[in-house]
Design a protein around this ligand. Structure first.
Ligand SMILES: C[S@@+](CC[C@H](N)C(=O)[O-])C[C@H]1O[C@@H](n2cnc3c(N)ncnc32)[C@H](O)[C@@H]1O
Length: 357
């Protein structure tokens, strides 16, 4: 039986041209070649994850969601509720997208085919577009029940009867086919470090945001300890030596990214954000407590001298921007954006420093 959610997920809006999809061919952000041994290691890690109860992944997802809403409210005064939102690069588990969809009218785009539910048709599309190994990983995760348990636990914890069906379109952030000023907010987490032309993607966000709309773009910095995106460093969140292996010539051979990375530095990201989003503000997730002492020791030994403390200790650089609406001083907003509610927000969840897989 064809699953309705999957059908809806891949419905193309009339403004989207098939040629745009065909041009993307079989591009997948995880098409990096890492060798059989590392893929086997990834598979074993998947089995380990499958054995864990979903609670900690769900805690992390809800913490990220609450933090995002809180940070946007603090920086811009906007409350994310009752709005039209776009998520760029939700990934296969759709954690944030599902949270946002309970309070907002959401659409998501991803260059990979996203399988919200198990379906042979979706798997065929995944093999065509996502690379065989990534498809195998998704099928294994679904067969092991990881995604189903995650979704059910998330739903229960959020106290909702069901998640609304949300379209996830196959589209690149660098060439969106939405009309301009389509969204009240655009959200992206751990995606821009995988985009080869992030300036084009930021320009697209500016274009599709309506005046007064909000952009939230969180990038996982290449210069952070796990910035190499070797899955073994991303798995447990607790940094173990060798620290910053990809930046230290003696240890660079020990890490193997499983994905494309643009390797931009903190300063380069700031330049890009400031060019696209004038007046942008930043929030940073940092690892001073976990890694500050170790960094001082490495510095004393003459290591990592070409990097600043800030770029080594910042895991995520988060750019938050409200597009000017030209009527800030005088009139109430016409953009459909809710203003802050006085005090009725839930507490902010724990600040996790997990780097996403
Ligand atoms: C590391 S995953 C992040 C998933 C999720 N946002 C999270 O934080 O767990 C990166 C996602 O970005 C998607 N992606 C990479 N390049 C993209 C692009 N140019 N446009 C849209 N999505 C892209 C990938 O396919 C993948 O699903």
């Amino acid at each position: 039986m064809v699953n309705c959610e999957v059908e809806t997920l891949f419905h193309l809006p009339s403004s989207v041209h098939l040629a745009d999809y065909q041009r993307m061919g079989s591009y997948s952000y995880s098409s990096a070649s890492v060798g059989v041994r590392n893929r086997i290691r990834e598979a074993l890690q998947l089995v380990r994850i499958a054995r864990r109860p979903p609670e900690s992944a769900v805690d992390w997802t809800i913490g990220l969601y609450e933090n995002t809403k809180e940070r946007i409210r603090e920086q811009t005064g906007v409350t994310l509720s009752g709005l039209r939102g776009l998520e760029i690069g939700p990934g296969q588990q759709l954690g944030s997208l599902r949270c946002f969809s309970l309070e907002n009218d959401m659409v998501a785009i991803d260059t990979d085919v996203i399988a919200a539910e198990a379906s042979p048709l979706t798997y065929v599309r995944m093999v065509r577009h996502n690379s065989f190994l990534r498809t195998a990983k998704t099928i294994a995760r679904k067969a092991l029940g990881v995604d189903r348990r995650f979704r059910k636990t998330l739903l229960r914890r959020l106290g909702a009867p069901a998640f609304p069906t949300t379209p996830v379109l196959r589209m690149s952030a660098t060439e969106m086919t939405f009309p301009q000023e389509s969204f009240d907010f655009v959200y992206s987490h751990s995606v821009f470090e995988h985009i080869d032309d992030p300036a084009a993607a930021l320009a697209e966000i500016e274009r599709v945001l309506r005046p007064g709309g909000v952009a939230y773009v969180s990038v996982h910095l290449y210069t952070s300890h796990a910035g190499s995106h070797d899955p073994k460093l991303l798995a447990d969140g607790i940094p173990v030596p060798p620290l910053w292996p990809h930046l230290r010539p003696a240890f660079a051979h020990t890490v193997h990214p499983n994905t494309y990375l643009n390797r931009l530095t903190l300063a380069e990201w700031r330049d890009l954000f400031e060019a696209a989003f004038p007046g942008v503000t930043y929030v940073a997730d940092r690892q001073d407590e976990e890694l500050g002492d170790a960094l001082r020791e490495l510095r004393a030994a003459g290591e990592l001298t070409e990097y600043t403390d800030e770029e080594l200790l910042t895991v995520n650089l988060i750019a938050i921007w409200r597009k000017p609406d030209g009527a800030e001083e005088t009139a109430p907003r016409e953009s459909g954006i809710s203003m802050p509610r006085p005090s009725a927000e839930p507490d902010v969840g724990p600040q996790r420093r997990r780097a996403s897989a």
